[in-house]
Ligand binder design. Structure first.
Ligand SMILES: [Zn+2]
Length: 116
């Protein structure tokens, strides 16, 4: 993947992240339910109490998506973006265009869905 592509996906990811945060900021004060499980894992990584509170206000889906976007952004920085985290093959551009935060190629994604 060349630099221009990486920049493009990075921009996509940042826009998506901002959209989630903007949407959730609106409901931020309405839901402060403390959840366990995956929520706690991410909250443990959060540095400030504001971030913690914010993360606790997200739904599981939104939290998971935000988490995956952050992971994808990290892979861009490490120059690993677009590489399947399971088998190491390149993820197709078509797939990255549709789901830029996807950590797996389509084959591995299907495999993990079959297993669960
Ligand atoms: Zn794979």
């Amino acid at each position: 993947m060349d630099k221009a592509d990486r920049e493009k996906y990075k921009k996509n990811l940042l826009e998506k992240k901002e959209a989630i945060i903007a949407k959730l900021s609106e409901v931020y004060n309405e839901s402060k339910e403390v959840e366990s499980g995956i929520a706690q894992d991410i909250v443990d990584r959060a540095e400030s109490s504001y971030t913690k509170e914010f993360l606790l206000s997200l739904s599981d889906t939104e939290r998971a998506q935000l988490f995956m976007i952050d992971e994808a952004l990290r892979r861009i920085e490490k120059n690993e973006f677009g590489i399947c985290q399971m088998c190491g093959k390149n993820i197709s551009k078509k797939r990255l265009d549709a789901v830029p935060w996807s950590p797996y190629c389509i084959e591995c994604q299907e495999k993990s869905e079959e297993e669960s």
